[in-house]
Design a protein around this ligand. Structure first.
Ligand code: BTN
Length: 268
């Protein structure tokens, strides 16, 4: 395990995360079970661990997804990484703010690859009707505030075929751009980190309403009649948008209902 003690503090002048500082704080390892777990372990062993410290694994063997799911990925083809943040003065009830900023940052980074991504509420990254990536945010709390946050990101980069069970709903950067050659994964990682950090830095200065409006403008299936599963029943609904608490407002049968994560699922 090379040089993990050689981290430099990442916050450069003007509180800017430059591509250079992000690169200096990125540790690339061949194989890990989960980059989130590894970063957690580092956090408990190395103090202080600078904000912006990022771990990328060329191969992740026991990746974790949202709601206890498994995140499967193919060796050397996709991006799996985690980054450490110390959000300033972010109350536990405001965690959705961070979620939105990360989603927006990823979208911005993808737009530089000519990908117009949307966010399938709350934090799946979509290209048209297919998932290109997902986010797993794990927070450490103290006194009602988020003390630190581990942002785990999995993005499909060069994978060109997916297992039959998910082939209809998964895509990658390579498939979406129809690129003839593979993308360098480490460079892509820096671009994603850069987009994320640019948005993350707006946390201190932007009102939640502003962030929310940008997030809602990029929501997958917003305003379009679509099928949802609500309490085991298939319903047609129209997404209105998320609120500051992260609940999703959906118009169903002339009623505006607000859902938590476990209360509604998309039928794709
Ligand atoms: C999802 O279910 O959509 C979220 C997937 C998040 C996967 C990433 S890959 C890097 C990081 N390490 C993990 O174990 N999970 C996240």
């Amino acid at each position: 395990m090379n040089n993990i003690y050689a981290f430099k503090y990442s916050l450069l002048q003007n509180n800017t995360f430059s591509r250079l500082s992000l690169r200096q704080n990125l540790i690339v390892l061949d194989e890990l079970s989960s980059t989130n777990d590894y970063l957690k372990e580092l956090l408990s062993n190395i103090k202080p661990l600078p904000e912006g410290t990022a771990i990328m694994a060329r191969h992740q063997t026991r990746g974790r997804g949202q709601r206890g799911s498994t995140w499967l990925t193919t060796k050397d083809e996709n991006l799996t990484f985690s980054v450490l943040l110390y959000p300033d003065n972010l109350a536990v009830e405001e965690t959705f703010r961070l979620n939105m900023l990360i989603c927006l940052g990823i979208q911005q980074a993808l737009s530089q690859y000519q990908i117009e991504a949307t966010v399938k509420w709350p934090n799946d990254i979509y290209v048209q009707d297919k998932k290109i990536g997902g986010i797993l945010i794990e927070n450490k709390l103290k006194g009602g505030l988020i003390r630190c946050s581990i942002i785990g990101i999995g993005l499909n980069v060069n994978q060109q075929s997916f297992p039959a069970a998910i082939a209809h709903k998964a895509t990658s950067l390579r498939l979406a751009t129809k690129a003839a050659t593979p993308f360098p994964i480490e460079e892509f990682c820096i671009s994603i980190l850069h987009g994320m950090m640019q948005y993350y830095q707006t946390h201190a200065t932007h009102e939640t309403a502003e962030i929310l409006s940008e997030y809602n403008n990029r929501l997958y299936r917003k305003g379009i009649p679509a099928k949802f599963l609500v309490q085991g029943k298939e319903q047609i609904g129209r997404i209105v948008g998320a609120n500051a608490q992260g609940k999703l407002a959906v118009d169903i049968e002339e009623q505006r209902l607000h859902f938590d994560l476990k209360e509604i699922s998309f039928i794709i």
